[in-house]
Design a protein around this ligand. Sequence first.
Ligand code: SAH
Ligand code: SF4
Length: 347
Amino acid sequence: MKKTDLTNFTLSQLTDFVQGLGLPKFRGKQIFAWLYRPNITDFSQMTDLAKDLRETLTFHASFHWPEIDALERSKDGTVKYGFKLKDNNYIESVLIPEDGRNTLCVSSQVGCAMGCGFCLTGGMGLKRNLSPGEIVAQVVRVRNWLHDEAGTESVLSNIVFMGMGEPLANFDNLLVALEILTDQRGLDFSDRRITVSTCGLVPKIIELGQKTKANLAVSLHSVDDSVRSRLMPVNKKYPVADLLEACKNFPMPKRKRIMFEYILIKDLNDSVSDAENLAKSLQDIPCKINLLPYNETTDLSFQRPSDETIGLFQKTLREAGYTVFVRSSRGSDISAACGQLAGKMSS
Ligand code: SAH
Ligand code: SF4
């Protein structure tokens, strides 16, 4: 008999499962809480469950998150983790320590089907979606690693879905993962500390706004349809006007602002008039803007603009009243920077 994998269950799904075994409802809560305590690997560790109950669970169910299989540390403190999945597929997550917080950048798919021209993950194509448990595993394992490695004072504070894959293309599993991550009986992350980044799947943006309270990040990169369609095929289906309309209508209470990500690529989207058009297009949307100077890779031919061009772009947006950050490229020496995740870890 195949055992049921409990790592894919929200609390209410786990409760249904437990009741299906003829157990009372409260056992669901009890077992769910155990699953997400640090370093619990076996039902025998769940000491307030009677022995026969632990045996029943061992017979019918299992819980095992993919383990950290490889690890690389960058000079700047960034850590990249490789996880080997059951079917030998490989995913990566990146820990970014900064200003007293630890942000984990998680993957949502093996590869990505969206085909953005500047992104190495896109170059892999889509291999498959991650299950809810495989998404949550990245958080569970890195939280345990931080706990063991750096002591209790070093906790995971933020989660961003900016690793491999397009989270909104794996929507149902994303929703389950978000519910598990934010459940107070489990990992207890506040929605305000979770950000989902998308290339712009408009109907799913609207649904995300209705069904969760997570923050939204949008990879924009241009407000000119012809440039954006060239960089991001998804724009042909959901053009800039539709995307910005969805952002305008995104329910904001509690979520402070939408974050727009904008890769600066030399001679393509980095001129002062590009910055002015961007400023005009976003004027009705509460937002902040992250500028990501293009991370050059040997595989692709785009180039990073000069520091002067980057500075001018930022200044133009600042003068138009926007909060704008230039994101320094963290972890580029270990291929952990944005768009460099392609499952090619060396160790
Ligand atoms: N699929 C989602 C989330 C993962 S991509 C999305 O596209 O939003 C994470 C971020 O890295 C995106 O903002 C993406 O545009 C950016 N990125 C991809 N390749 C990059 C590169 N070569 N240089 C800088 N940023 C890059
Ligand atoms: Fe996919 Fe995001 Fe890369 Fe585009 S940028 S190919 S959506 S991972």
